[in-house]
Ligand binder design. Structure first.
Ligand SMILES: Nc1ncnc2c1ncn2[C@@H]1O[C@H](COP(=O)(O)OP(=O)(O)OP(=O)(O)O)[C@@H](O)[C@H]1O
Length: 574
């Protein structure tokens, strides 16, 4: 089970990392092997040195010490001084190497966080519009921020686990070589303890991880909904209820984080106690049976030193293992997200010189509920086309099909004689200026909101401001630098709508789509703007979705959407 978890973790890590990243992980694995060797050498060197300082005559009995002394013609004191200096230099080198290793480890982890965050954001932007509508944007934001951070932590813990495992393996080899009986005794004590610790801790870490993921989802959703419905919250005086909801989720989150993060400390305390108990027991037994512990003092020193390194390493293995369980749901979420393949659309050029034709187009959101069936019509270029119909009849859906946000479930759309397939979507959309009913303005300047970029063409903006009757209003403010507020809160509904129209006109598109775009305006302003749009759109194809028939009197084609199909609609003369 445990092995399976590690294998599935590695598989998920593979799914969210590139080949280059994995090569770097192997490199870090190699470095961690060197770290383990250095740790083992460090411990193996200290004990003989202590023995030498304790009994300098060892120089004459030990062949390595005597060879060192004769090769460099050193006396006893000089041997101790030089070996001491070598040992100090070794430990300084070890500290530098370990620091570099941990720096590289954390650098890699931070870079992974950056890559996953940006990668996920780009991945989501590539998502087809229909799929995006199925998702809750607060969940997407949570994944990009919180889950990406936890998934990165998991990669770090995976590397810790590997590195500490190697260190323990090498130190254990030394201990077995020094005294296998004590090593076996120590191992049994530690293994039994680890077994019981893990029986209690691992399920807790796992359930805390799942609880955290669940709560985070609710937390972000409530946050998003509250800010999006701020006005309604105020009017309905529901702040208290929302605060209560956030408080409950946040409390539960802090509880699972507190437990999840602190279970790492539990193994250390128990393991340290066991290690000390084992060594002291051996010393007591030695004194009890042999009268003193002098004969095994060197062995005990090695065990003390080795445990000094092994116990923190064991603790880190357990901590990392539990952290992997705690953060595994996040890794799974990120891996699942990346597993959804969203193709980069090619930008194949499509010509629009004569007409748009729909041939038996069918569309559904859910297969058992068709929205449009066998819709066919043909629109010559530069026509003005209106779609009318009851609310929910499918006007916006039809428009979304024409502007290539959706792909028909049946039938085809032709632009001139070319079928509008996904290969042309990107190019086709560039020809379109879209004005929705709900314009979203971001917290920036008027110029940024119209051009949707940082460097805008001022002359063009002024032109579209004139066309949308906005110039005078903004001229009396701070001109193009006027701040519109988050969501355009500093503007009236009608002004917001007109900024949306200006935004669509800015790129001088071949096709203009107005989806209830003027519904927030009073009739006089609406007429003025629609007339202006018609005026400047002689060489544009216009699609208008509307409930107000007065706005479509100049349209050459008026279609009513009814019973999942379209039919020509005739405006009554009065
Ligand atoms: N993303 C979606 N998932 C599932 N069903 C949807 C989705 N979007 C719209 N619908 C359904 O499709 C039908 C047509 O919706 P659409 O928005 O196209 O109508 P409409 O004619 O533009 O309505 P309105 O005039 O009220 O804006 C409606 O019954 C609606 O509930």
């Amino acid at each position: 089970m445990r092995e399976n978890k590690m294998i599935s973790t590695w598989r998920s890590i593979k799914a969210i990392t590139t080949y280059q990243d994995r090569k770097y992980i192997y490199f870090l694995g190699g470095l961690s092997f060197l770290v383990s060797i250095i740790e083992s050498i460090g411990i193996s060197l200290v004990v003989p040195f202590i023995a030498l300082v304790q009994r300098p005559d060892v120089i004459f009995t030990n062949r390595y010490f005597s060879k060192f002394a004769t090769t460099f013609s050193l006396d006893t004191k000089q041997v101790i001084v030089y070996l001491g200096i070598i040992l100090i230099a070794f430990y300084i080198g070890r500290a530098l190497f370990n620091t570099t290793y941990y720096f590289l480890l954390h650098k890699f982890s931070s870079e992974q966080k950056h890559k996953i965050t940006v990668g996920l954001f780009c991945h989501y932007l590539r998502m087809p519009y229909k799929d995006f509508l199925e998702r809750n944007s607060s969940v997407l934001m949570k994944n990009i921020d919180i889950e990406a951070a936890y998934a990165t932590q998991l990669i770090l813990h995976f590397l810790y686990l590997f590195s500490e495992f190697l260190t323990i393996l090498l130190l254990y080899s030394i201990l077995i070589y020094v005294n296998w009986q004590i090593t076996v005794f120590l191992t049994i004590a530690l293994v039994v303890q680890i077994f019981f610790l893990e029986k209690c801790i691992s399920p807790l870490a796992k359930s805390m991880g799942e609880q955290r993921t669940r709560n985070n989802k609710v937390f972000w959703r409530v946050m998003k909904d509250s800010f999006a419905n701020f006005k309604m919250l105020k009017i309905l005086s529901r702040q208290e209820k929302t605060i209560q909801q956030i408080e409950n989720v946040s409390k539960s989150l802090s509880r699972s984080n507190a437990v999840g993060n602190s279970i790492g400390i539990i193994p250390r305390n128990f393991l340290e106690t066991t290690g000390i108990v084992v060594v002291i027991t051996i010393m007591i037994c030695s004194v009890y049976f042999y009268g003193n512990a002098t004969s095994i003092i060197t062995t005990i020193s090695i065990f003390f030193l080795a445990l000094y390194r092994i116990l923190p390493a064991l603790n880190r293995i357990l901590t990392s293992y539990n952290q992997i369980l705690f953060t595994y749901p996040s890794l799974e979420i990120i891996a699942d997200e990346f597993a959804k393949k969203y193709d980069d659309l090619p930008d194949n050029s499509i010509e629009f010189t004569s007409q748009i034709e729909l041939r038996n187009v069918c569309f559904h959101y859910a297969s058992d509920k068709p929205i449009l069936q066998d819709v066919s019509f043909c629109i010559p270029k530069n026509s003005k086309v209106a779609f009318v119909g009851e609310s929910g009849s499918g006007k916006t859906t039809l428009i979304d099909l024409i502007i290539a946000l959706y792909t028909p479930n049946g039938g085809q759309i032709y632009i001139d004689n070319e079928e509008l397939t996904p290969d042309f979507y990107l190019n086709w959309r560039k020809k379109i200026g879209y004005i929705p009913q709900d314009i979203y303005l971001f917290d920036g300047t008027l110029a940024q909101n119209i051009s949707l970029c940082l460097h805008s063409d001022e002359a063009r903006i002024i032109q579209v401001l004139h066309q949308t009757n906005l110039f005078e209003f903004f001229a009396s403010r701070e001109g193009l630098e006027t701040k519109v507020g988050d969501g355009g809160v500093k503007l009236s509904g009608g002004q917001k709508q007109r900024v949306g129209i200006a935004r669509a006109l800015y790129n001088d598109p071949e096709i203009l789509v107005l989806d209830e775009a003027t519904s927030a305006l009073d009739e006089a302003t609406e007429k003025k703007i629609i007339d202006e749009i018609y005026n400047i759109s002689k060489n544009k194809t216009i699609f208008i979705v509307t409930h107000r028939l007065s706005t479509i009197q100049n349209c050459e084609f008026i279609y009513e959407i009814k019973n999942r199909n379209v039919r020509k609609f005739v405006l009554s003369s009065d």
